[in-house]
Ligand binder design. Sequence first.
Ligand SMILES: Nc1nc2c(ncn2[C@@H]2O[C@H](COP(=O)(O)OP(=O)(O)O)[C@@H](O)[C@H]2O)c(=O)[nH]1
Ligand SMILES: [Mg+2]
Length: 311
Amino acid sequence: MKGIFIVNNSFFEKLKTGLAKTRNSLTKNLDNLVFGKKVLDRELFEKLEELLITADMGPQFAHDLINDVKERIGRHELQNTAQIKKILQERMVGILRQMEKPLTIPKGQPFVIMAIGVNGSGKTTTIGKLANLLGSDGHEVMLVAADTFRAAAIEQLEVWGNRVQAPVIKQKINADPAAVVFDALAKVKTGYRGVIIIDTAGRLHTRVNLMEELKKIRRVIGKDLPGAPHEILLVLDATTGQNAVIQAKIFKEEIGASGIVLTKLDGTAKGGVVIRIASELALPVRYIGVGEGLDDLRVFESNDFVTALLE
Ligand SMILES: Nc1nc2c(ncn2[C@@H]2O[C@H](COP(=O)(O)OP(=O)(O)O)[C@@H](O)[C@H]2O)c(=O)[nH]1
Ligand SMILES: [Mg+2]
């Protein structure tokens, strides 16, 4: 038992380190606000709203939270400003708990994951880290270089493949990505029963081209292996704040997505964007990225996340 606690603790510490920027900005502002001010008045509400919007939690969340605070004051449940932090925590957990639906991957049968998202959002890196995570969970993993738009993209995936000792299916630059995917699925026909993670392009000559290419890949997978892809992971860069939300909506509408990975939470003070994504997109957050290292991908857990942000 002791060992488990130690592991969990270091796991949590890493999450906290990763979320340090958001936590520092959020708690510092919040503490300034609630301890500097003793009166629950209009000015306090305005500042609180501003703070939540700055953290990219979105106008809806800010509005609902403030209404909640006002109602509690009306019911004489709130005596001092310090209690606001507790309410914030409860509401964050309330929203994020709904997004906590970890990906469950069965063993002994093929499971296809297609990663999508704009260029630079962290797809290839996430795939490498995910392969490591799944590998340590006893899954067999194969990577597929279906971003054939840039030679560097194929090489980058190969580097990760070497690091995590996963085979990489590839063709030459500018090859038809659907053909690369077809090659990977041929392995299923010859008995492969592990996880197949498909890397895709995030930029082509036009957005229409990109969406058409992704739809084609998706179609080819489904035709070849009915029921697949089992997961379409939308990879979003948290540092882009509300832009990530806009991108997510486009990808969700055009391609469909079954889960989100939010990357670069270590590099931003806008980690609150998870709240916004959760309330506006209704998609589970499967994993979060808190660094560029091999084990900097975490299964998203609402309680840990909120604790790491506020304490
Ligand atoms: N700090 C940090 N950097 C990340 C994270 N995920 C990806 N990156 C970096 O973001 C950059 C773009 O990532 P990449 O995987 O190439 O994005 P892609 O174009 O979507 O495949 C690279 O420099 C990655 O190392 C993360 O969680 N934290
Ligand atoms: Mg890439």
